[in-house]
Design a protein around this ligand. Structure first.
Ligand code: SF4
Length: 451
């Protein structure tokens, strides 16, 4: 057995709420190597190398690597055997308790398509045009079903080792026992508690949350949306309503409890749900400020902090500029995603979106104006894609993203969202690539992902 206690990174403890016993420590047995409080990347970066973010603990055996957050809940896993699909690919478990497989895509244009080097393959039906079927692979299902056994064997290997010299072997045992207690059933219960706290599952996260690998804390400040569009699969039945200050504060307290010690690995908030921008200015600002102080984002291990929300044409166009000015002055980089869907009237009518094409065009131009004015805010937009839309849809899209914009921009992404679920289509992908090439704003595919 080899034992190391690496205290060199204790300097992180200064002024930080999370380092109680936060030194990096390592212990090896003939079965496993355990590293506590390993330091991953502290800044979200777009890089082809598979970075792991935050502070986490790890169990490595000859067959697998498991990683755990600071609540000792499993968050990532990968196999090490020859049968593992690709050495740089891995599984991530979300706070909603979904296992997501990150692949290089099996498609050379993953970065061009989604703006990220790794493609999240989701275990539920979604609108992705690319990716394979990793959940059909036995090796993936084996690790999803056997990680608890690996923890159990690791615990056994430490307990049975004669380690009189190891005064602090206890902390490795405590970690493993705690990780074992966070079994599949308890993780599912915790996810359900999160959904209850939010008032329902987050059925869709903003596409911009890709910038933080969808590691967001959801704070729901309003429910429902204005339009209840016919085509939309994620809408709720609730009429639009803003939540009270008391409801929002109670939610924050529950979220602090749910995210617990691992809050330090978060630097981003999602103000939900479908049209938080339609909430009154005071609620948006006070919620953003309360989240910043309650989750102590200034002490996050991850640099910077971000705020994500959805908006609509009406909420954008009726917004008091003071709101944008105030948001722009907060410590957050704010991303607001507006559902435009189409600038073609026939398409809007077909999908049951109660807007006119001129309202969509005005909103698009307002987005351009605001993006040029506000350095700390990026407003992005969604449009739909499908093989069977009216013939005016794509030309109207290009009129906005090409003809109405005089030069190429790096800010103000547009996301194209395929309408069909579980129907990868070469034709639609070909069309996406054509539109992307012609667009003068960054253009990506929007894969609908829940929390
Ligand atoms: S697309 Fe947006 S506005 Fe329309 S129903 Fe869905 S959530 Fe509501």
């Amino acid at each position: 057995m080899l034992f190391n206690s690496l205290l060199s990174e204790n300097s992180l403890a200064t002024g930080s709420r999370f380092i109680i016993d936060g030194a990096v420590s390592q212990l090896s047995t003939s079965y496993c190597k355990i590293t506590l409080n390993k330091r991953g990347a502290d800044e979200y970066t777009k890089i082809s190398f598979p970075l792991k973010y935050g502070i986490f603990s790890e169990i490595e055996t000859s067959d697998a690597i498991l990683q755990f957050n600071l609540n000792h809940e499993i968050v990532r896993a990968k196999g090490k055997g020859r049968d593992w699909i690709q050495p740089s690919e891995w599984l991530k478990r979300s706070m909603g308790n979904d296992w997501i497989y990150y692949s290089t895509g099996g498609y050379t244009g993953v970065f061009e398509a989604i703006g990220e080097y790794y493609l999240p393959n989701l275990p539920y039906p979604t609108n992705s045009l690319i990716g394979g079927k990793p959940f059909n692979e036995p090796v993936i299902n084996k690790i999803i079903s056997s990680w608890q056994e690996i923890i159990f064997k690791s615990l056994d290997s430490i307990k049975t080792y004669n380690t009189e010299l190891l005064a602090d072997k206890e902390k490795f045992i405590n970690f493993l026992e705690s990780a074992l207690a966070n079994n599949s059933e308890n993780l599912q219960k915790k996810a359900e508690h999160l959904f209850e706290t939010s008032g329902g599952r987050i059925t869709v996260m903003p596409p911009d949350a890709r910038h933080v690998d969808y590691d967001i804390i959801p704070l729901i400040i309003s429910d429902g949306c204005l339009y209840k569009c016919k085509f939309c699969r994620v809408k709720s039945d609730k009429p639009f309503a803003v939540r009270s200050d008391i409801e929002i504060s109670r939610q924050i307290e529950k979220l602090k409890d749910i995210y617990g010690s691992d809050t330090v690995n978060y630097n981003s908030i999602f103000l939900g749900d479908h049209d938080a921008l339609n909430s009154d200015k005071e609620t948006i600002i006070s919620s953003a400020k309360a989240a910043y102080s309650s989750f102590e984002f200034e002490k996050s291990y991850i640099k910077g902090c971000n705020l994500f929300m959805f908006g609509s044409v009406d909420s954008l166009m009726s917004c008091d500029f003071e709101l944008f000015k105030t948001l722009n002055g907060l410590p957050y980089k704010t991303y607001i995603n507006i559902g435009l869907e189409s600038a073609d009237q026939e398409t809007l009518d077909l999908i049951g979106k109660p807007l006119t094409s001129s309202m969509v065009e005005e909103a698009f131009m307002e987005i351009q104006r605001l993006n040029a004015l506000l350095n700390n805010i990026e407003i992005t937009a969604n449009f739909i894609m499908d093989e069977n839309l009216p013939k005016g849809h794509y030309p109207s899209f290009l009129r906005l993203v090409r003809e109405k914009i005089d030069k190429t921009k790096t800010k103000g992404s547009v996301y194209l969202s395929p309408l069909r679920i579980n129907k990868p289509s070469r034709e639609v992908l070909f069309e996406f690539n054509r539109l992307k090439t012609l667009s003068r704003v960054p253009t990506f595919l929007y894969i609908i992902q829940r929390l």
